[in-house]
Design a protein around this ligand. Structure first.
Ligand SMILES: Nc1ncnc2c1ncn2[C@@H]1O[C@H](COP(=O)(O)OP(=O)(O)OP(=O)(O)O)[C@@H](O)[C@H]1O
Ligand code: SF4
Ligand SMILES: [Mg+2]
Length: 361
């Protein structure tokens, strides 16, 4: 593929994106006392028609990154391009068109639906906001959407409480599809659902992707959920991308010790067992994003950590022997036969960050 063709292939480009949340103290004159480093220098490309999975523990910055990509949060530094254009430079009308093209589906299918409004009117919201159709035309379009996502169109006048969890997530999907988007950012769309329902919603999203040519960014806590939907996967740790690879490559030979830890937990069916397995490798809690560890942020928990890891931040690059699109931010990538379950040698750095008193966007 030529460089130009490769560029055409990219729908969204995230370049050096940083998002900090200031922490302010003081009653009258609020003074910035610290910053939450929620996203701290992320480079990613989302290709047309693909599903890019983003995984990582709670608080690693997945949702913040998603909100930056969809234009809901301004970035602190770096830039995001959509179809080759920098989204921060968008005029009002261009931003309106962008908001039609890029939609989000959220984790909590109930919390994101107003319980006092009828489902038909909720799904029709995007038409109302963008002044697209009204009256009988809007109702017809909403009912078509309900049918598309596997809901009974005759349930148009029901309230969200009259639907099951899986059906409520279908309502969220229908609303996201109303304006014929190109990109849907799914922020943990199945995490709140029973395991039996998760597969149904994932299958629905996959079918819709095939039918409508959608591009997805699919966020999840663990690798088992993104396994069957993602073409490529980015593993995030404390605001940074630790590893980025084609899904099969990541599952077969994870190169970052953190990916290997997540994978070892994800491959065990019993959740209690999985949690124990994860703890073998992931010693200690995630450090504070207010004062991230020096060098490689994973070093206080990494079984392969050496002195270099404390001093020098590893770049996200192709490591020896890996495919050209397999990037790993690690000085000492995992090799076949490495035993990551051995006790950690004890390189650690306690975070001295203050508690979070108050934060603003
Ligand atoms: N509006 C905000 N103000 C201050 N801090 C925030 C804000 N939103 C997120 N954060 C902080 O930024 C960090 C990243 O949060 P984010 O919600 O992006 O993580 P996440 O990976 O989506 O986590 P989860 O898996 O729990 O959804 C966390 O430390 C969080 O507390
Ligand atoms: S750079 Fe060092 S601490 Fe970081 S993941 Fe690699 S081996 Fe572990
Ligand atoms: Mg989140």
């Amino acid at each position: 593929m030529t460089a130009e063709a490769a560029q055409d292939d990219v729908l969204v480009s995230v370049e050096g994106v940083v998002k900090y949340f200031p922490i302010k103290q003081g009653i009258v004159f609020k003074k910035e006392v610290a910053r939450v480093h929620a996203v701290d220098g992320v480079d990613l490309k989302v290709r047309r028609g693909e599903t890019l999975g983003i995984v990582g523990e709670s608080g690693c910055g997945k949702s913040t990154l998603a909100r930056c990509v969809t234009g809901l949060y301004p970035v602190t530094a770096g830039r995001i391009t959509y179809d080759g254009e920098d989204i921060t430079g968008f005029s009002r009308s261009r931003m309106k068109a962008f908001r039609r093209d890029v939609q989000m589906i959220f984790q909590d299918p109930y919390g994101s639906l107003n319980p006092r409004r009828r489902v038909g009117s909720i799904i029709g919201d995007p038409f109302a906001i963008h002044n697209i159709a009204d009256g009988a035309d809007r109702k017809k379009r909403v009912q078509e959407l309900m049918e598309l996502v596997g809901l009974n169109p005759e349930h148009y006048n029901r309230f969200p409480a009259e639907f099951s969890g899986g059906q409520r997530q279908r309502i969220g999907v229908a609303r996201a599809l109303a304006l014929k988007p190109k990109l849907i950012v799914c922020d943990e769309p199945v995490s709140a659902l029973d395991v039996s329902i998760q597969a149904q919603v994932i299958n629905l999203l996959k079918d819709l992707q095939d039918e409508l040519g959608l591009t997805y960014v699919f966020i999840a806590h663990d690798l088992s959920v993104v396994r069957h939907v993602s073409d490529r996967i980015a593993v995030m740790y404390l605001g940074k991308v630790a590893e980025l690879a084609d899904a099969p490559a990541l599952y077969e030979q994870p190169r970052h010790p953190y990916s290997a830890a997540l994978l070892s937990a994800a491959s065990i069916a019993d959740p209690d067992e999985a949690e124990r397995a994860e703890r073998i490798i992931l010693i200690g809690d995630v450090p504070s994003p207010i004062d991230p560890p020096s060098g490689c942020r994973f070093h206080p928990r990494c079984p392969k950590a050496q002195e270099r890891c404390v001093a020098e931040e590893p770049a996200l690059v192709v490591r020896d022997g890996d495919a050209a699109d397999h990037l790993t931010a690690c000085h000492f990538p995992v090799e076949p036969g490495d035993d990551l379950t051995r006790a950690h040698a004890g390189i650690s750095q306690e975070s001295t960050a203050p508690a979070l008193p108050e934060a603003t966007t």
